[in-house]
Design a protein around this ligand. Structure first.
Ligand SMILES: Cc1ncc(COP(=O)(O)O)c(C=O)c1O
Ligand SMILES: [Zn+2]
Length: 396
């Protein structure tokens, strides 16, 4: 049984029927998926979940795919929640890391792609196109291949080499462009107009966010329904943060949560921090960030379509936004691997750097529980670190 009800524009509040294909609202804003949560509450309880399979489809009643046969899965979700006791103790906080690097294709993008491809197939779509910083392309190409759909991926020419190979080996058409993801988006728009691809760019279709919201459901379930004080998220397009915040609102209506909601923190790189700037200025939207640069390719997004939703979530939760330098990111990659055994992506490492800053500023209080999202595996960025090796010298 599925409780999908309709789509709703978070800006102009216009409602749209769910079982047709949509991109954005008439007003240009992303559409959000709404469910009959009262109906869901009557038949689905937290206890029902315990015996279900350990993947994101354990929340299927609250996901937008109507028929089970349309679910396209590689086993995504239900990733481990790890306690970082040494680093936490050193900072005087309870530190938790959700390791999204253990998803298929090595990043949390698997969740959005699994949901997006499943629903696209259900609605009769057979060709999808998207711009990507790299990881989303790899995920969508893989899930499209699994479902037998065509996929076109456009990415910056300096996107991580491995992600180009992942897309290519999955049979996607891969086009590279000079510049940023925003330049790739223009090429996608051209193919959508001229070749009949369906545009599955970040927040230009409503279902990717539904996959990513399952991170919020899982966190709640894994910590026993009392959420951490603070959740720290590396923010590019912001889909994961918007998705988790949406999940928390839904769970509140389902009366599944105990205690207050977390303060949400958006982390960006100092070389591309449009949301940090807009938050500091108390603005509702961000400006395009010229000359964006950072080693953390996934958060190199100069202007996000859903920026106003990220900013709203930060404000509503009493959260904040923090920018960190590339050197801090690289240091934290090493530190997490050497002190906790977790080889994280640079975006995940950025969160640790931000937590340290927030603790220094006393924004994070002694003993608070802080959860950081490691959105991908360090294995996807082999070019980022140097190995220290000692050649064996045979005894003379
Ligand atoms: C590893 C990684 N982390 C974080 C992000 C940012 O994701 P979001 O669009 O949810 O802000 C990306 C996006 O490409 C990514 O690849
Ligand atoms: Zn609208």
């Amino acid at each position: 049984m599925n409780f999908l009800s309709h789509l709703e524009c978070p800006r102009c509040r216009q409602q749209w029927p769910a079982d047709r294909t949509w991109n954005t609202c008439e007003c240009g804003a992303p559409l959000l998926v709404r469910y009959d949560l009262e109906g869901a509450r009557r038949v689905l309880s937290r206890d029902h979940l315990a015996s279900r399979q350990a993947d994101m489809w354990r929340y299927r009643e609250l996901l937008p795919v109507r028929k089970e046969e349309n679910i396209t899965t590689l086993g995504e979700g239900f990733t481990p929640l790890l306690r970082l006791s040494r680093l936490g103790a050193a900072m005087g906080v309870e530190l938790l890391l959700k390791d999204e690097g253990q998803n298929p294709t090595g990043t949390f993008k698997a969740r959005g792609a699994a949901c997006g491809i499943s629903r696209a197939w259900e609605l009769g779509i057979r060709k999808v196109a998207l711009p990507t910083a790299g990881n989303a392309g790899a995920a969508w190409a893989s899930y499209a291949a699994r479902r037998g759909m065509e996929c076109l991926v456009v990415m910056p020419e300096d996107a991580p080499e491995l992600t180009k190979k992942e897309c290519s080996v999955a049979g996607a058409q891969v086009i590279t462009v000079p510049g940023l993801i925003s330049d790739a988006a223009k090429v996608v728009a051209h193919y959508v107009r001229s070749r009949g691809y369906f545009d599955v760019s970040t927040l230009r279709e409503p279902y990717r966010i539904e996959g990513k919201k399952t991170m919020g459901y899982e966190i709640a379930e894994q910590v026993g329904w009392k959420l951490p004080d603070v959740i720290v998220y590396p923010t590019g397009g912001g889909v994961g943060l918007i998705g988790m915040w949406k999940a928390f609102q839904e769970m509140k209506q389902l009366r599944w949560l105990e205690g207050p909601l977390p303060r949400m923190v958006a982390v960006q790189a100092a070389g591309c921090a449009p949301i940090v700037l807009a938050h500091r200025q108390g603005r509702e939207e961000s400006d395009y960030w010229a000359g964006a640069h950072t080693v953390a390719a996934g958060i190199r997004v100069p202007k996000a379509l859903g920026d106003f939703l990220v900013l709203q979530a930060l404000r509503a939760s009493g959260g904040t936004a923090v920018a960190v330098e590339d050197e801090e990111i690289l240091y934290c990659v090493q530190e997490l691997a050497a002190r906790e055994g977790v080889y994280v992506c640079p975006e995940g490492a950025a969160c640790l750097a931000a937590i340290r800053k927030l603790r220094e500023r006393q924004w994070l209080r002694e003993g608070e529980t802080v959860l950081l999202l490691n959105t991908g595996s360090g294995l996807k960025y082999p070019e980022l670190v140097q190995a220290t090796v000692t050649p064996h010298e045979s005894a003379s």
